[in-house]
Ligand binder design. Structure first.
Ligand SMILES: [Zn+2]
Length: 117
């Protein structure tokens, strides 16, 4: 489950940034997770809860909340220009049945924002 590592990295970054801004506790972390990012939201939540309980990352405690903002997967066919939602990374264009879709969005995994006090 690579989400554990991703979450740890994200929370470390948030924690360090919060320290710089003099915050003692993280209340909420918002992440953008693309449908094509190979990151499973359920696994992220599981990892987040685990870190909140153990308290092993400074400033991330049991009160912290996780918000996951989904980014829709979108591809544009390089042949016919059709835009479609690929169901997997190399989905076929529904118009011409060719695997020439160029991913437009949905690969993002990043920290959108966080709140602390
Ligand atoms: Zn096409």
């Amino acid at each position: 489950m690579h989400e554990m590592g991703l979450m740890e990295e994200a929370l470390q970054m948030v924690s360090e940034d919060a320290e710089k801004h003099g915050l003692e506790t993280i209340d909420k972390v918002s992440l953008i997770v693309g449908d094509l990012s190979n990151v499973l939201p359920d696994a992220l939540r599981f990892a987040f809860d685990a870190f909140c309980k153990t308290g092993e990352i400074p400033r991330i405690g049991e009160r912290a909340q996780l918000e996951i903002i989904r980014e829709r997967g979108l591809a544009r066919c390089a042949l016919c220009g059709k835009e479609y939602e690929p169901s997997e990374y190399l989905a076929l264009c529904p118009e011409c049945d060719m695997p020439f879709g160029v991913i437009q969005s949905g690969e993002t995994f990043k920290i959108e924002s966080y709140e602390g006090s």
